[in-house]
Design a protein around this ligand. Structure first.
Ligand code: SAM
Length: 222
């Protein structure tokens, strides 16, 4: 069985990117009021303006979350993987490594043009460009026409859109399909409606918050 996460080009690119993401701290320190407002769930700047302000910030999945994403995708044989919030493509590389092994495709989405370009360059560096289609613009528009069946969804864009994006995609997610959502504890307040929706048992999902980084919601379509 192939394991593209062990591919030297994939490993080297991920190492470089996880290292570079340590520089995010500088942005957080110099933008404390903005960060505090986001954590408290206050209304911030418009989505595209915030994406532009944060154009040098990675805020990626952790290594453990990335490996978990890869393993889940491999274990359910995911062939159509959808991502809300690509940034520089760290999570996309983990998903695309699984897609290479399953013969699948990752459909990503990114609001900030310069980030999409850099994500594509990073995917080329990892040798995974053929496994991705990263769409530029608001995910609510760019992911609207993703065909069925969807096997796996990663939600990692701005938090107010997790629920609308999932509600848009949910009818196309196959039974046994998985939805992963990042930052559940850090954005507890803004993500409460999302967590309630997936955990209530009323919307076709069963779900648990995993203790990976600051809370990784793992939801299965029933
Ligand atoms: C937390 S980062 C994603 C990190 C990425 N998943 C990773 O692990 O490397 C969130 C990204 O979502 C993008 N984003 C926010 N709102 C969006 C929207 N409505 N549509 C598409 N992308 C969006 C932001 O520009 C930002 O780059």
């Amino acid at each position: 069985m192939p394991n593209s996460l062990d591919d030297p080009r994939v490993r080297a690119t991920l190492e470089r990117l996880h290292g570079a993401a340590r520089g995010d701290l500088r942005f957080f320190v110099t933008h404390l009021p903005l960060m505090a407002g986001m954590l408290l769930g206050r209304k911030g700047p418009p989505a595209a303006e915030l994406a532009h302000t944060m154009r040098e910030v990675y805020v990626p999945l952790s290594r453990a979350q990335g490996r978990f994403l890869f393993l889940v995708a491999r274990s359910i044989g995911a062939r159509r993987l959808v991502e809300f919030g690509t940034s520089f493509g760290v999570s996309t590389i983990y998903a695309a490594a699984a897609a290479r092994d399953t013969g699948g495709l990752v459909i990503g989405s990114e609001l900030e043009p310069s980030k999409r370009e850099r994500a594509l360059a990073n995917l080329r560096e990892a040798g995974l460009a053929a496994q991705v289609d990263v769409r530029l613009g608001d995910a609510l528009d760019t992911l609207r026409d993703v065909p069925s069946p969807i096997d796996l969804v990663l939600l990692d864009g701005w938090k107010d859109l997790y629920l609308p994006v999932l509600q848009m995609l949910a009818p196309k997610i196959r039974p046994g399909g998985v939805v992963l959502a990042d930052n559940i504890k850090t954005f507890r307040r803004s993500l409460a409606p999302y967590v309630e929706w997936v955990q209530s048992g009323r919307n076709g999902f069963s779900s648990v918050t995993l203790p990976l980084k600051d809370g990784f919601e793992y939801s299965v379509r029933l």
